[in-house]
Design a protein around this ligand. Structure first.
Ligand code: ADP
Ligand code: ASP
Ligand code: MG
Length: 474
């Protein structure tokens, strides 16, 4: 069971979480994965960047607030003075470590990816012992464990990938004996370590991935991601107020949604369980009576066509264009070698059949750097007018329509075009994967919400018509 930042946001939320774990651990072996308290990772990253800027006072203020926030939970939920002292001391010890890391950064005025990982991981290292202590207070025998002991990763700081075999060995050695003794391990999400023991992080929102990594390593029966919404919804509820819970969805569909921006799941979450077929649930900590969404290898047969929508904003469209592009040697290879060199993740490409326009979508934050690198790469071709322009539209969004049963359902693109046309939303580019599990449209950032709401209405996704409740193991 993984509990996200909002689920462990304050004392009353943590009390709910403890109750959910207590009930589940009566009849099951449970491993708990926790995120930092909501907003804490952002604050830690701010402390790290303020350290690089040399602002000691800003850093001290942040650490002061963090101390208060965690101490408030200790005094609200732990009754014995001795236990309060023990947990507070642990929290202060971790915060002092953070202070020292920031002091080092202030002295060097350099924030390395390795130091940023160590600072941003403190939130999970604070919440795990806190939640383990609250569980103990409720009579659930538990032990806080730092995932640096369990999850072995490569050294790609900020986006580390796990190595499953050594992770499996460590989980067997460290977690299995606890489970056999009826102890609930409370593991820090988000974090791993290289084989040499250097702390890494899996990327923002990575605690979802931590949960599936541990589940795969332990051959778990199921994974439950506890969050602040009723499940995977037909669209981001902050953008489409009428979004409904999808009761059942396939791995592939959920992975497409996660990849194209549905924040409820970290994009890599399903990678870890895809091979072993472990089902994953998304459920609401604040409405545990709701069944949630079941994500499994099976494609549910109900409701063909569009299953859900997602969107990513703050993107830029780069066009490499001109009638001579077709004659430029290896234009695609050179374009992608250039984006790779500036480490710009290309989220979507679209190429006209005449090859005189290649459109790429990258994050806005990397757009300028990418355009400059492309202009350099194609400088000679630009001089000879083979490539007429490399242009940039800095404010676009991708809206993606997802549904595995879309294969064979004709007219989905057509219906979307018509509906968006009626609302005067201009479609700038379109791409469809050969799996036919998604169709993506590029629209202006200002049109993103209208595009989502209109498409949601067009496919009647707000009718919650797939009302069958899937079965759960426990
Ligand atoms: P946690 O802190 O539990 O990890 P996140 O904030 O990372 O939670 O993810 C949950 C949020 O994801 C929801 O509150 C919701 O606003 C957002 N979200 C975006 N798209 C979807 C979607 N399709 N279904 C459910 N939630 C979504
Ligand atoms: N605390 C981390 C973050 O905010 C990881 C997570 O919550 O999943 O990115
Ligand atoms: Mg999350």
């Amino acid at each position: 069971m993984k509990f996200g930042g909002t689920s462990v946001g304050d004392a009353s939320c943590i009390a709910r979480v403890a109750e959910i774990i207590r009930a589940a651990s009566r009849d099951n072996d449970v491993v708990v994965v926790v995120s930092a308290m909501g907003g804490v990772t952002n604050k830690l990253i701010e402390a790290a960047t303020q350290s690089e800027a040399g602002d000691r006072r800003a850093v001290a203020t942040i650490f002061g607030e963090l101390r208060q926030r965690h101490d408030a939970v200790v005094s609200a939920l732990i009754s014995s003075a001795a236990e309060q002292n023990r947990v507070s001391n642990k929290i202060h010890e971790i915060l002092e470590e953070g202070d020292r890391l920031c002091e080092g950064t202030i002295l060097l005025r350099e924030l390395t990816p390795r130091a940023l990982d160590s600072i941003s991981s403190l939130g999970e290292r604070l919440s795990a012992p806190l939640i383990a202590a609250v569980l103990a207070e409720q009579g659930v025998v538990s032990e806080a464990i730092e995932a640096t002991e369990l999850v072995v990763t490569d050294s790609d700081h900020g986006a580390a990938d796990p190595w499953i075999n050594p992770t499996r060995e460590r989980c067997e050695a460290r977690l299995r004996p606890l489970l056999r003794r009826g102890i609930v391990p409370v593991v820090t999400g988000f974090i791993g370590a290289t084989a040499e023991g250097v702390l890494t992080t899996l990327g923002r929102g990575g605690s979802d991935y931590s949960a599936t990594i541990l589940a795969a390593a332990l051959d778990a029966d199921e994974v439950i991601i506890w969050t602040d919404v009723d499940g995977l919804l037909t669209a981001d509820p902050r953008l489409v107020p009428g979004a409904c819970t999808v009761p059942e969805i396939s791995y592939q569909e959920a992975a497409e949604l996660a990849h194209f921006g549905a924040k409820v799941l970290h994009p890599k979450t399903l990678r870890a369980v895809m091979q072993c077929g472990i089902p994953l649930w998304i459920r609401n900590t604040f409405a545990p009576e709701q069944p949630g969404t079941k994500i499994s290898p099976v494609v549910p047969t109900n409701g063909g066509g569009v299953k859900a929508l997602t969107a990513i904003g703050d993107l830029a469209l780069i066009t490499v264009g001109g009638p001579g592009v077709v004659g430029v040697p290896d234009v695609l290879g050179r374009t992608f070698a250039t984006t790779a060199a500036v480490r710009a993740d290309v989220l979507l490409i679209s190429q006209s059949s005449s090859q005189n326009n290649i459109c790429l979508i990258v994050s806005s934050s990397l757009a300028k750097r990418t355009v400059e690198a492309l202009r350099l790469e194609f400088a000679r071709d630009l001089a000879h007018e083979k490539v007429e322009h490399i242009s940039l539209d800095p404010e676009v969004a991708i809206v993606t329509v997802v549904g595995q049963n879309m294969r064979g359902v004709s007219g989905i693109a057509g219906r979307t075009f018509c509906a968006l046309g009626r609302e005067n939303v201009d479609i700038i580019a379109i791409a469809q994967g050969s799996s036919e599990c998604n169709i993506s449209f590029v629209v202006a950032q200002k049109d993103m919400k209208t595009a989502l709401v209109t498409t949601h209405r067009e496919f009647q996704l707000g009718h919650c018509e797939f009302a069958t409740v899937p079965s759960r193991l426990s």
